[in-house]
Write a protein that binds this ligand. Structure first.
Ligand code: TXA
Ligand code: MG
Length: 317
């Protein structure tokens, strides 16, 4: 066990967090999507610490975070398509998978031995400042024990990883609330490996048709593992009302009895995405038998919300 400290943002906190990362230790930090569990992406030891802290199956590769596009171009081979998409959506809630460059300094453990690499330039100002201060790529999966609900506040991180991370930078709640879109541009056909706030419709004007991840294909991203993002309670989808013992998560006009929560009373998908993971935690109550969730429209951001909900509801290993 190590001592875990939660630090409010300040110059001193950033300096300390950067020094901690440079020393090979772990720092959790906010991005606009979810909190990340960061470690030096160029250090096998630091990357191994991340896998250990999360109890993550090591075949799941990690995203390398960098402060700007130049730093991203130094790690991966960006063709014209990748350049265009990077310029349009970075910094932001999007991860690009491209071929590793020769002499790419990222630990092979971080990319799980693949010859491709996942890179992201996050937009959150604290993340950007931290990445600039540390001056090297930071590998960061979501800062939660593997398979559980991703954290959207510093307290969520503390609940899952106390004793396993040195510093948690507290940047308040994440504005997007769902993990980044993972877009694979390493082959000829652009393919979304994990849906997120940057949708296929938003990418189409730049890329033409984009292949959406289907289930039943081989695992190329842990977003494609069956059970993921799961609270302790079983989850039941497309429910119009709770059954005996269940708690209810509503959306739009579909609301439950007293004690229920709602993703967005007005049916706003952006608000629903930002609140999803926090409300799954609130409703994960030991006195209940399950969480029933109202239907969410399968369009726009609803595609990413339903993706996370289906994994939360999937049969547990
Ligand atoms: O929003 C996010 O993406 C957050 C924040 C912290 O940046 N990070 C995150 O990381 O969700 P993680 O490790 O939970 O998910 C990384 C995703 C996984 O689906 C992984 O399989 C995929 O990216 N990935 C990483 N490297 C890859 C590669 N070389 N090829 C294909 N998929 C890759
Ligand atoms: Mg994750």
């Amino acid at each position: 066990m190590i001592e875990t400290r939660v630090l409010k943002p300040s110059d001193a906190a950033l300096y300390e967090a950067a020094a901690t990362l440079a020393a090979g230790d772990l720092v959790a930090f906010p991005t606009e999507t979810v909190y990340g569990l960061g470690g030096d992406a160029t250090s096998d030891t630091a990357v191994a610490r991340i896998f250990e802290a999360k109890a993550r199956p090591s075949f799941n590769p990690l995203i390398s975070h960098v402060p700007d596009l130049e730093a991203a171009f130094a790690l991966g081979a960006f063709d014209a398509r990748a350049h265009t998409v990077a310029e349009a959506f970075w910094p932001g809630p999007m991860t690009l998978v491209v071929q590793r460059r020769d002499k790419c300094p990222i630990s092979l453990l971080a990319s799980a031995g693949l010859d491709t690499i996942a890179i992201r330039v996050p937009a959150h100002p604290l993340a950007a400042e931290l990445l600039r201060a540390v001056g090297r790529p930071i590998a960061a999966p979501s800062a939660n024990p593997s398979g559980r609900v991703s954290p959207t506040t510093a307290l969520h991180v503390l609940a899952g990883l106390a004793g396993k991370v040195s510093i948690i930078l507290d940047g308040g709640p994440c504005s997007v609330g769902l993990e980044s879109t993972v877009l694979d541009l390493s082959g000829p056909i652009p393919s979304i490996l994990r849906p997120g706030a940057i949708t296929a419709e938003m990418l189409a004007p730049l890329l033409g048709d984009v292949k959406a991840a289907g289930s039943g294909t081989k695992i190329t991203a842990p977003g494609m593992l069956e059970s993921h993002y799961a609270p302790a309670l079983p989850v039941r989808l497309n429910a119009t009302a709770p059954e005996d013992g269940e708690v209810f998560l509503g959306f739009g006009g579909v609301t439950g009895p007293t004690g229920s929560e709602t993703l967005s009373a007005s049916g706003d998908l952006t608000e629903a995405a930002a609140r999803l993971f926090a409300l799954l935690r609130v409703l994960d109550r030991p006195d209940a038998t399950g969480i029933a969730v109202a239907p969410i429209p399968e369009s726009g951001l609803g595609i990413a919300i339903n993706d996370r909900l289906r994994r939360a509801a999937a049969p547990r290993a």
